[in-house]
Design a protein around this ligand. Structure first.
Ligand SMILES: Cc1cc2nc3c(=O)[nH]c(=O)nc-3n(C[C@H](O)[C@H](O)[C@H](O)COP(=O)(O)OP(=O)(O)OC[C@H]3O[C@@H](n4cnc5c(N)ncnc54)[C@H](O)[C@@H]3O)c2cc1C
Length: 392
C-alpha cells in the first residue's frame, strides 16, 4: 500500500499532524498499536483533558535546547486550539493558572480530532503495530502487522515511556537511533516523589493530608501549588512540577506556609496566646496532623511562653524552608511525562524534520521537549504535530 504521509502513533501529536497534512491534500495514514486512538487524552486531566494553558511560553518547557520549542509554539498557539474546540462546540472553562479543561469529557477532544481527521481525508488505523521501518529511494517502507506501507514522509509520534499500561513504548527512541539520531537520557517527569527509611516513617501515616498551597524548590526553580502526603512520599501539583527539575541527591525544600510570615507571626502569637501549646498554634497555619507531627519530631510542644522569641523565629524560618530528603520518584508507572528523548539538535525547529534523513519527522513527547503541569504538554503535542503536518 502507498501513502504520502505515514504517522506512527494516534495520540495528541500524531492526530494533529494528520489533520494539518490532510488539509494540505496529502494522503495520510495514522497507525497505532493500541486498540483505540488518543488513550492518554482520554485519561488526561482527570477525564476532562487539560487541553492547553493560556500562559504557554517557551520558558515553561524543559529541553537541552530551551530555544527549540519557540518556533512551533509561536505558529500554533493556545488560541488556535481554542478556536478548534469552539468550532466543535465543546464547552470549556479555565480552572486556575490559565489551565483550560473541557466542561464535560476528554472523549469530546478525541472525537473532535477524529472528526477533523475524517474531514481532512486522513485515515486512522488502530490495533496496527509497526514491526520494522526501512529507508527506500522514494521514502520509507514500514512493515505493520497488516502488511507493508510505502510512504514519502514518516512521522514518529509514539510519545514517551510514561504509563506503559496505556501503550507507551520506547519504539520512537529506537527508530531515532536506527536513523542515526541521538536520544537524550530519559526519566520520569511530573511524578510523585518517594521517601524512604526514617524520612518515610516520619510522614507515612500522614497519607491523605493536603496543603492547598505549598512551595517546592530545587535550586532557583520554585513552584507554588497544592501538596499531598502519600503512603510512599509526596505528591500534589507542587511536587509534580518540581519533580521534573529534581534529580536524586538534589536539595529539595518546601515552603509549608507560603501565605504567612511565620517568623513574625509566631512571636506575635506568643504575645497574644502565651498559654497555648505550639502544636495548637501551628494548627492555625498547617493541617492539624502535620502541625502535631512536626512538633513531635522537631519542635516539641510546650506553652508558647516557654519558647524564646529567637526560637520561634527559627521555627518560622524552618516552615518556609523545610528540607526533604526524597529517595526517588514513582517512575514511569505514574509519571505524566517522559523527560529527555530525541535530541533536538538533529531536528529542524520549524518543521520537526530530521536533519539527517529527509522525510523523517519526530513530534510530541518523543522529542526532548517537556512541559510543566497544566496543559503545556498537550500544547506542545498540538504545536509540534501541526508544524510537521504543514511540512510533511
Ligand atoms: C495520566 C496522564 C494525564 C495527563 N494529563 C495531561 C493534561 O491534562 N494536560 C496535558 O497537557 N498533558 C497531560 N498529560 C501528558 C500528555 O498526555 C502527553 O504529553 C501527550 O499525550 C503527548 O502526546 P503524544 O502524541 O506525543 O504521545 P501520546 O499521546 O502518548 O501518543 C502516542 C501514541 O503512540 C502509540 N504508540 C506507541 N508506541 C507505538 C508503536 N510501537 N507502534 C504504534 N503505535 C505506538 C501509543 O499507543 C499512543 O497512542 C497527561 C499524561 C498522563 C499519563
Amino acid at each position: 500500500m502507498k501513502t504520502d504521509v505515514l504517522i506512527i502513533g494516534a495520540g495528541a501529536a500524531g492526530l494533529m499532524c494528520a489533520i494539518a497534512a490532510g488539509r494540505r491534500g496529502r494522503r495520510v495514514l495514522v497507525v497505532d498499536h493500541a486498540n483505540k486512538p488518543g488513550k492518554k487524552i482520554l485519561m488526561s486531566g482527570g477525564g476532562r483533558c487539560n487541553f492547553t494553558n493560556l500562559g504557554v511560553a517557551p520558558a515553561c518547557y524543559l529541553s537541552a535546547n530551551p530555544h527549540f520549542a519557540k518556533s512551533a509554539l509561536a505558529r500554533y498557539t493556545p488560541a488556535d486550539f481554542i478556536a478548534l474546540v469552539e468550532k466543535h462546540r465543546i464547552a470549556w472553562h479555565e480552572k486556575e493558572q490559565g489551565q483550560l479543561f473541557c466542561d464535560e469529557s476528554s472523549k469530546l477532544i478525541v472525537r473532535m480530532l477524529l472528526d477533523e481527521c475524517a474531514a481532512a481525508g486522513a485515515r486512522v488505523e488502530t490495533s496496527c503495530a509497526v514491526e520494522r521501518v526501512r529507508k527506500t529511494e522514494e521514502g520509507f517502507a514500514v512493515l505493520t502487522v497488516r502488511g507493508e506501507v510505502h510512504a514519502e514522509s514518516l512521522v514518529v509520534a509514539t510519545g514517551g515511556l510514561s504509563i506503559p499500561s496505556m501503550g507507551a513504548t520506547g519504539f520512537g527512541y529506537a527508530l531515532a537511533r536506527q536513523f542515526g539520531h541521538a536520544v537524550r537520557p530519559t526519566r520520569a517527569g511530573l511524578v510523585p516523589l518517594t521517601l524512604s527509611g526514617k524520612h518515610l516513617e516520619r510522614y507515612q501515616d500522614l497519607a491523605g493530608v493536603a496543603l492547598p498551597q505549598a512551595g517546592a524548590r530545587v535550586g532557583k526553580r520554585a513552584f507554588r501549588a497544592g501538596l499531598l502526603f502519600t503512603h510512599r512520599g509526596l505528591s500534589g501539583p507542587a511536587i509534580l512540577q518540581i519533580s521534573s527539575y529534581w534529580q536524586p541527591g538534589d536539595d529539595l525544600r518546601l515552603d509549608l506556609a507560603p501565605d504567612a510570615e511565620a517568623a513574625d507571626w509566631l512571636p506575635a502569637q506568643r504575645a497574644a496566646r502565651p498559654a497555648a501549646e505550639l502544636k495548637n498554634v501551628l494548627a492555625d497555619l498547617l493541617p492539624r496532623r502535620l502541625a502535631q507531627r512536626l512538633c513531635e519530631v522537631w519542635f516539641g510542644s510546650r506553652p508558647m511562653r516557654q519558647y524564646r522569641e529567637a526560637e520561634l523565629r527559627e521555627i518560622g524560618h524552618r516552615l518556609h524552608d523545610w528540607p526533604v530528603v526524597a529517595s526517588g520518584t514513582e517512575g514511569y508507572r505514574t509519571a505524566e511525562v517522559t523527560l529527555g528523548g530525541v535530541d533536538t539538535d538533529g531536528l529542524s525547529s520549524s518543521t520537526m524534520q530530521s536533519k539527517r534523513v529527509p522525510g523523517l519527522y519526530f513530534v510530541g513527547e518523543v522529542v526532548d521537549v517537556t512541559g510543566w503541569l497544566g496543559g503545556y504538554n498537550f500544547q506542545w503535542a498540538w504545536a509540534s504535530g501541526h508544524a510537521a503536518g504543514e511540512a510533511a
